[in-house]
Design a protein around this ligand. Structure first.
Ligand code: ATP
Ligand code: MG
Length: 217
């Protein structure tokens, strides 16, 4: 596998990096450093023109939209929070899968308050979900540990990502409804899509093949 133009790929540390790595290997790309141990923010790879930038998950769409990276891997949760249509989203990588859900203390799914308080880091998604249901809500923006909010009376409900439900259970919470099925998507800068089309198609085909093989086993 080779690429004719320089390519920069934006990834976040943690589960997305770990689960994207085997897919990238199928596209011929192997990082020269491990971001979990290295402090470098730009990682070289085995291919001279191909670099990885390792950033916060929520920053990936911004880097790709502005062309600081040609491609990126971002969760659908993050993309739902990123306004506009400034990105191409050609492939569901089917990794980092979970659900965006409404959760709370048992029995709190039909609160009597007319104005519900919802704690979440997913402000846009939560607002849209409750607007569709015709519920008036006050959104309380948090950056993490949403599970705590109902327990300490900060909110009636939370909107958060749920994988196994273990974290909810451990905190005495239950899930009430699913807002969206979440997985990570390949995102592509619109100018790169045109200017680097053959390379991007080559990578896209390789990734598509890797995703299909993953699904088989
Ligand atoms: P940061 O750690 O920078 O605040 P983050 O918490 O969003 O960002 P991760 O927890 O690694 O970073 O999540 C990255 C992406 O992985 C999320 O945007 C989501 O798409 C997916 N994800 C998050 N939590 C889970 C989970 N429990 N199971 C599966 N996928 C998840
Ligand atoms: Mg996290």
């Amino acid at each position: 596998m080779h690429y004719d133009t320089p390519l920069t790929i934006a990834l976040s540390k943690g589960r997305i990096y770990r689960q994207t790595l085997p897919l990238l290997a199928q596209a011929g790309i192997e990082p020269a450093d491990d971001p979990e141990t290295s402090r470098k923010l730009i990682l070289d790879t085995n291919l001279p023109g191909v670099k990885l930038v390792v950033i916060r998950a929520a920053d990936v769409p911004t880097y790709v939209e502005y062309g600081a990276a040609d491609l990126g891997v971002a969760g659908r949760d993050v993309l739902m929070e990123h306004p506009g249509d400034g990105l191409y989203e050609p492939l569901d990588l089917r990794i980092a899968r979970c659900r965006m859900m409404v959760a709370g203390l048992p029995g709190s799914e039909h609160p009597r308050d007319t104005r519900l308080r919802i704690a979440t880091k997913y402000v846009r998604s939560a607002r849209r979900h409750f607007a569709r249901k015709g519920r008036q809500v006050e959104i309380i923006k948090l950056y993490g540990s949403m599970e705590l909010a109902p327990i300490v009376g900060l909110a009636d409900l939370i909107v958060d990502l749920v994988e196994s439900g273990g974290t909810l259970r451990a905190n005495g919470l239950v899930a009430f409804e699913t807002i969206a099925e979440i997985s990570s998507r390949l995102v592509v800068n619109k100018a790169s899509w045109k200017m680097k089309h053959p390379d991007i198609m080559r990578m896209l085909d390789a990734l598509r093949g890797a995703v299909a093989r993953n699904e088989e086993d």
